[in-house]
Write a protein that binds this ligand. Structure first.
Ligand code: NAP
Length: 511
C-alpha cells in the first residue's frame, strides 16, 4: 500500500530526495513547486519502502495501510494530484505525465481464514526483520501481532548494532516507532521465549509464530590464542559501545598503541571508525557513556584492519568506503598491497580500488589512523608473559593470477597488538524446539516456512538473519519479511494453520 503525505507537510522536499523512485511531486525544480499547497505521493509508482517517512522532519508521511480515520481523505488528495497531471497536458510537460502513470489505491484486505474472524500472530524478536514482518502483517485489518522481546528496549540490531555515528541509519528507529504505534501491535519487553514462555505456548495461542531472533553471536576464529585475554569479537565491542545490556560490563584495554581487527566487512569499518574518531564528535551521539569515557582515555594510535584476500575482494561496501574516505576519517593503505587481478570489470570493485589507491597517496594526519592490510591470513594470536594478547601472526598470501583467488606465499609476519578484535561475521544460535543448520547458523526454511528435513513445521516461520544468514542491510529485511508473511498468509487462507484454542493473553506491555 503506497505511502501518503498528510496535513503536516512542510514542503521542505527532504522526502523528494530520499525517494528512490522519484514518486513525490512537485519537486523543487518543477514549475508548480512554489505554488503547491503540499507535496503528493504518486500511488502508482510508490514502492512502499518507507525512506520518505524517515526523511520527513515533521512526520507528515504515513503508510497507507496505517492511516488514521481522520487522515483518510489524504489517500484521495494524493492520488488526485496525479490524475490532474494526467488530465492537464497544458499545465504539465508530457515527460512528467509519462513518468507518473496512475493506478487506483487498493484498500487493505482482511486475511480470509476458515471460519472468519481475527488472526493472531506471534513474532519472537523486535529487530528490523521482526518490525518489517509486523508491518507487513498489519496491512491486513483483521491481524493482531504480539511481539516478544527479551531485552527492555525494542528494535534489536537497529538500536544495538548500528554505529552511533551513523545517524541517518539510526533514523530507521523512528520508522519502527511509527510502526509500533499500531493499536494492533503489542510489544512485550523483557519476555524471553524459552525462559518466560515456551515456543509451544505460542504455537497454541496464535495462528502462527514468526521467529525473528537474528544472528545472536559471532563466528569463532579457530586459531591458537583466540581465548587469550584482550581478544574479543567485534560483536562484543559493538554491543559495548552501543550500551547493549549483555556487554555493558565488558572492559576493553585501549591503553596501547595498536588494535588489530581481523576481517574487513562493514562491521570492521564501524569498529575501526569508532576507535579512531575524536571522542568529542561521538559525545553527542547515542554511544554508551562507559565507552565514551574509555575512548576519551584511549592511547590507540593505529587500528589495523586486516583481510586474508586482496583489495579487489574487500568485504566492505562502496558507500561505507566512500563514507570513510570523504567524511574526514584518517585512513591509509600501503600501495604495494593494492595488487589486483588485472582491471576489474565490475564498476563497484573498480571504484573501491580507485578510492583505496587515492587513500594510499594521502599522508595520514596526526592522530589515530585506520590502516588497511590485505593478503594476510590470521595464524596465531601470541601472548605476553601475563597471558594477554601481544600480537597476531599472519600468513602472507599473494594473488593467484590464474585462479583469481589468493594463495599462501609460505611467509609470515607478526604484528604487535594488545587488543585483537575478530570481525568475521555474525552467526545464528540454535533455538530449542526448532531445527537448526549449525554450519550456516540458520533455521532451515523454504521461503520462510520452517522445515524439519523435508517436512514443514506447521505454523512456524522465520525471517531475517536467522532465516538467510547475516548479510545485507537493515532495509533488506523488508523484502525478506514480506516473503515470509506471504507464505504465512497462503497457509492461513488454505486453512492449514490451527485456530488458537486459548483466549488472547495480554501480558505487561511496555515500550
Ligand atoms: P562480512 O561482511 O561477512 O565480513 C566478514 C569478514 O571476515 C570478511 O572480510 C571475511 O573475509 C572475513 N573472514 C571470514 N572468515 C574469516 C577467517 N576464518 N579468517 C579471516 N577472515 C575471515 O561480515 P560483517 O562485517 O560482520 O557484516 C555483516 C553484514 O552486516 C554485512 O552484510 C554488512 O554489509 C552488514 N553491515 C552493514 C553496515 C552498514 O551498511 N553500515 C554496518 C555493519 C554491518 P572473506 O571475504 O575472505 O571471507
Amino acid at each position: 500500500m503506497p505511502h501518503v503525505v498528510t496535513q503536516a507537510c512542510c514542503a521542505d522536499a527532504s522526502c523528494v530526495y530520499a525517494c528512490p523512485v522519484n514518486c513525490i511531486h512537485p519537486t523543487p525544480d518543477e514549475p508548480d513547486f512554489l505554488t503547491s499547497e503540499m507535496l503528493y505521493i504518486d500511488p502508482a509508482t510508490c514502492v512502499d519502502c518507507g525512506a520518505c517517512v524517515s526523511a520527513c522532519p515533521v512526520g507528515a508521511i504515513v503508510p497507507g495501510h496505517r492511516i488514521e480515520p481522520q487522515d483518510e481523505r489524504y489517500l484521495e488528495i494524493n492520488a488526485a494530484h496525479y490524475e490532474e497531471i494526467a488530465e492537464s497536458p497544458v499545465r504539465f510537460p508530457v515527460d512528467a505525465k509519462l513518468r507518473l502513470p496512475l493506478a487506483p489505491i487498493s484498500k487493505p484486505k482482511p486475511i480470509e481464514v476458515p471460519g472468519g474472524g481475527d488472526v493472531r500472530i506471534a513474532i519472537v524478536g523486535s529487530g528490523p526483520s521482526a518490525m518489517y514482518a509486523a508491518d507487513e502483517l498489519l496491512r491486513h485489518p483483521n491481524v493482531h501481532v504480539t511481539m516478544y522481546e527479551r531485552l527492555d528496549k525494542p528494535f534489536g540490531l537497529a538500536r544495538y548494532g548500528v554505529a552511533p555515528d551513523h545517524l541517518s541509519t539510526l533514523k530507521v528507529m523512528a520508522l519502527f516507532d511509527e510502526m509500533a504505534r499500531s493499536s494492533r501491535l503489542d510489544i512485550l519487553l523483557g519476555s524471553e521465549v524459552g525462559r518466560d514462555l515456551a515456543l509451544d505456548d505460542l504455537r497454541r495461542d496464535f495462528h502462527g509464530v514468526i521467529y525473528a531472533g537474528g544472528a545472536k553471536t559471532d563466528r569463532r576464529l579457530d586459531i591458537p590464542g583466540i581465548d587469550l585475554e584482550n581478544v574479543a569479537s567485534a560483536t562484543e565491542f559493538v554491543g559495548w559501545y552501543n550500551g547493549h545490556p549483555d556487554f555493558a560490563g565488558r572492559v576493553f584495554d585501549l591503553s596501547h598503541r595498536r588494535v588489530v581487527v581481523i576481517g574487513n566487512g562493514n562491521v570492521a569499518l564501524d569498529v575501526a571508525r569508532i576507535l579512531t574518531s575524536d571522542p568529542e564528535d561521538l559525545a553527542s551521539t547515542s554511544i554508551s557513556p562507559t565507552a565514551l569515557a574509555a575512548l576519551r582515555n584511549s592511547n590507540v594510535e593505529e587500528v589495523l584492519v586486516v583481510a586474508r584476500r586482496g583489495a579487489a575482494d574487500a568485504a566492505f561496501t562502496l558507500p561505507e568506503l566512500v563514507g570513510l574516505a570523504d567524511r574526514g576519517a584518517n585512513v591509509t593503505v600501503d600501495p604495494e598491497l593494492l595488487t589486483s587481478v588485472g582491471s576489474p570489470e565490475d564498476p563497484t570493485i573498480a571504484a573501491k580500488l580507485e578510492i583505496l589507491a587515492e587513500l594510499s597517496q594521502r599522508t595520514p594526519r596526526s592522530g589515530p589512523v585506520i590502516r588497511f592490510g590485505f593478503l594476510r591470513s590470521p595464524q596465531e594470536i601470541v601472548a605476553d608473559a601475563d597471558g594477554s594478547a601481544s600480537g597476531v601472526t599472519f600468513g602472507i598470501n599473494r594473488v593467484d593470477p590464474l585462479r583469481g583467488g589468493v594463495e599462501p606465499t609460505g611467509e609470515s609476519e607478526t604484528v604487535e597488538a594488545s587488543l585483537v578484535l575478530t570481525s568475521i561475521g555474525y552467526k545464528g544460535v540454535e533455538v530449542p524446539g526448532l531445527p537448526f543448520d549449525g554450519e550456516r547458523g540458520v533455521i532451515p526454511n523454504a521461503g520462510g516456512r520452517v522445515v524439519d528435513g523435508d517436512t514443514p513445521m506447521t505454523g512456524v516461520y522465520v525471517t531475517g538473519w536467522i532465516k538467510r544468514g547475516p548479510s545485507g542491510f537493515i532495509g533488506t529485511n523488508k523484502s525478506d519479511s514480506a516473503e515470509t508473511v506471504a507464505q504465512l498468509r497462503t497457509d492461513l487462507e488454505a486453512g492449514l494453520l490451527s485456530v488458537p484454542t486459548t483466549p488472547k493473553r495480554r501480558r505487561l506491555l511496555s515500550r
